[in-house]
Design a protein around this ligand. Structure first.
Ligand SMILES: [Zn+2]
Length: 116
């Protein structure tokens, strides 16, 4: 169990708050690929690198360019579940993954306990 404090900033505020931690599973083998802070309602179209709670290396510190980013892959079966992108809209400029809809499932995380 990981204890996490969810990030609250202008990005979460713009999405109306209501953030939660999700386990994102590989659709092929059910492995948890990432634990992710989802801000606001709606489907998971994109995962921002700065919201990936686990594993830490996706936090992309020191990575400034989308071409330096690895694809988001399942570390068990190597299925690709997200493609690196740079989100530049609404005054934001963030590294992210465009999620491949058929490649993953998500559930409210059982791996983390959210603290406030
Ligand atoms: Zn897998």
């Amino acid at each position: 169990m990981i204890r996490v404090k969810l990030k609250r900033d202008r990005f979460s505020a713009r999405r109306g708050g209501g953030s939660k931690a999700l386990d994102v599973f590989c659709n092929k083998c059910n492995n948890v690929v990432i634990i992710y802070q989802k801000d606001g309602p709606g489907p998971l179209l994109r995962c921002y690198a700065d919201r990936i709670i686990y594993p830490k290396h996706y936090l992309s510190e020191g990575i400034s360019y989308v071409k330096e980013m690895p694809k988001l892959v399942c570390n068990d079966c190597n299925a690709v579940i997200g493609i690196p992108t740079r989100y530049k809209e609404h005054g934001e400029d963030r590294l992210a993954f465009n999620m491949i809809k058929a490649a993953f499932k998500k559930k409210v995380s059982k791996q983390v306990r959210v603290i406030n």
